[in-house]
Design a protein around this ligand. Structure first.
Ligand code: ZN
Length: 110
């Protein structure tokens, strides 16, 4: 990360306002110090990948849509962030399964 990069990483672009703040900084840097590289499909979601012209840091941008909270992160952190989200989903899936089995088990007594 260098002085031409973004100073802040956004794990969640929660509100319109977050996004506006981010867009302002983004617009001031894009094509000057930060360059668009490509779109990529990561975990069923499109991310825009950008690179810093100076230090070659890769940045991932995921747009907000409906329930999904977008993010803007360094590549390595974006990957970890996605992994974390997936793990959350998996553990909630387990809890759900246990509850369903428990209900089925209780019901079998009546
Ligand atoms: Zn940089």
């Amino acid at each position: 990360m260098c002085k031409y990069c973004f100073e802040t990483e956004y794990y969640e672009l929660k509100t319109e306002l977050d996004f506006e703040k981010f867009s302002k900084v983004f617009d001031s840097k894009i094509e000057k110090t930060i360059q668009f590289v490509k779109k990529e499909n990561s975990d069923y979601r499109m991310v825009d990948i950008y690179i810093c012209k100076y230090c070659k840091q890769l940045w991932w941008l995921s747009d907000t849509d409906n329930h999904w909270r977008g993010y803007f992160l360094k590549e390595e952190n974006a990957k970890n962030h996605l992994k974390g989200n997936l793990n959350d989903l998996r553990s909630w899936g387990c809890v759900f399964l246990v509850i369903v089995l428990l209900i089925a088990f209780i019901k079998s007594f009546f």
